[in-house]
Ligand binder design. Structure first.
Ligand code: ACO
Length: 431
């Protein structure tokens, strides 16, 4: 196979090296293109652009493969926990006993928020979206971290990463309690990561939340399955911010904002809203499928389709099986699950979805599990953000550890006015 691509522009031939990844993926290195030819590449939406080399996560979207640091997601879902997987993503290997103990202890030591931070929650109106609160509070947390504005230091990284990972769930739970006018529940060091989050969400001062193992496991699995997904919109945002050498909290706060949109992390909320509206209207799903195929309707089958997967999202398979298990163990029958299954069956038989390779993604069933365990709709994307934190932290670390990191700065093809004079107010007309 050639290891050089040749590009002919204006009669001149330019040679561009081909970079090969460890799984055989090939990319044309265009870093000398502009200098050699005066041209840049244009790839709106970045469908064909590799923004970095990364050792963290591998996806083969055609085959439906997802691996964290080489380990298949199916094996991690079966055998690992969110915190062990977080360590794997951030530090590149599965922790031994001692490493896992140390990591867990660091998380426990950092689970509390500075008492003064509690007052920041008071400034938000009751109806504030928890993603707005999460992003603002992650940024505010940095103000309480000594040395956070110093130059990146690999030793300080360990404690800053642990603070971020530990505190994000405390902030998330506090945001929820605040939005419901409920008293804040402090974390309890005896609980592990996910159990502690459920405790802070649902315990009351007068009554401890009953931590059912199957519920803790289901939520832990949701966190684990969301823990990284290579260069998606929010992770690319985190890397972009990190390239300016901003601190880890600023990068994560930016990641939360990017995740918020309905085409990204907001899709899990949008899926439930879609299923509820189908249920309300008494549609068996067929009307909605027809609307989703009609571009003029402005509707999409939420939870379907993915920029990278052109096959069944491997996380969706795991979540779907978990969804059946949780509903059965909690003895819940949810009409939205029946609608979701009918929609999936219909879409997978429909030529519109088959031709475009649109399959269920991770969000299609995760919302039904969250509903079953009592997580309110507006918190769904927050759950995704907690889960994605290890991936953002790992990507932040990779950017900061790179020996010759440059600030990320894309170019553009300008399509606006060419030069024109400044027009005085008196000549601009009356309207
Ligand atoms: N329903 C109906 N049609 C769809 C859907 C859908 N969910 N997704 C894509 N299409 C159609 C598009 O209209 C387009 O059709 P056309 O070729 O006739 O114009 C074609 O499929 C390709 O779609 P794009 O928008 O070009 O695909 P892209 O890769 O840009 O978008 C995305 C991927 C944003 C995920 C899209 O599939 C979508 O909007 N899905 C619904 C929202 C969703 O579930 N998001 C969660 C993504 S996963 C995550 O972030 C965790």
């Amino acid at each position: 196979m050639d290891n050089v691509a040749k590009l002919k522009i204006d009669g001149k031939t330019c040679s561009l090296p081909i970079v090969v990844g460890s799984e055989g993926e090939r990319g044309i290195d265009i870093s000398t293109l502009r200098q050699a030819t005066g041209c840049i590449t244009l790839d709106e939406g970045y469908g064909n652009t590799g923004a970095c080399r990364s050792d963290i996560t591998f996806i083969d979207g055609e085959k439906g493969i997802l691996r964290y640091r080489g380990i298949p997601i199916e094996a991690l879902a079966e055998k690992s926990s969110f915190i062990e997987t977080a360590f794997l993503l951030i530090y590149g290997h599965l922790p031994n006993h001692k490493e896992l103990r140390r990591f867990s202890d660091l998380l426990t030591q950092n689970e509390m928020l500075h008492e003064d931070l509690k007052f920041h929650f008071e400034g938000f109106p009751a109806h504030a979206h928890p993603m707005a609160i999460l992003s603002a509070m992650i940024n505010a947390t940095s103000c309480f971290v000594p040395g956070v504005l110093d130059a990146y230091d690999p030793e300080a990284f360990e404690s800053q990463a642990a603070r971020l990972l530990a505190k994000v769930r405390t902030i998330a739970a506090f945001a929820y309690r605040k939005s419901r006018g409920l008293p804040i529940m402090y974390p309890k060091p005896v609980f592990k990561y996910t159990a502690n989050f459920l405790h802070m969400m649902f315990s009351e001062p007068y009554q401890e939340y009953d931590l059912k193992p199957e519920v803790v496991r289901a939520l832990d699995l949701i966190f684990l399955l969301h823990a990284d997904h290579e260069q998606n919109c929010s992770t690319a945002t985190v890397r972009m911010i990190a390239s300016s050498q901003a601190n880890i909290f600023a990068c994560a706060a930016g990641g939360v904002c990017a995740l918020w949109g309905p085409l990204h992390g907001g899709a899990n909320q949008a899926v439930i809203e879609m299923l509820e509206s189908i249920h309300r209207e008494g549609d068996d799903g067929s009307k909605f499928i027809a609307a989703a195929k009609d571009k003029k309707s402005g509707k999409r089958l939420m939870g379907f389709g993915h920029r990278v997967y052109k096959n069944y999202d491997p996380r969706a398979k795991i979540i779907k099986a978990q969804c059946d298990k949780v509903l059965e163990s909690l003895n819940i029958s949810d009409p939205l699950l029946d609608i979701a299954k009918r929609l999936e069956e219909a879409a997978l038989r429909d030529s519109y979805f088959i031709e475009r390779k649109l399959y269920p993604n991770v969000d299609f069933y995760s919302g039904i599990i969250m509903r079953a365990i009592g997580i309110p709709l507006e918190m769904f994307t927050v759950i995704f953000a907690i889960g994605r934190m290890p991936g953002w932290i790992a990507n932040y670390k990779e950017v900061m550890d790179a020996p010759h990191g440059r600030i990320s700065r894309p170019r553009q093809i300008y399509t606006g006015h060419t030069e024109r004079p400044y027009q005085p107010m008196s000549e601009r007309g009356q309207e």
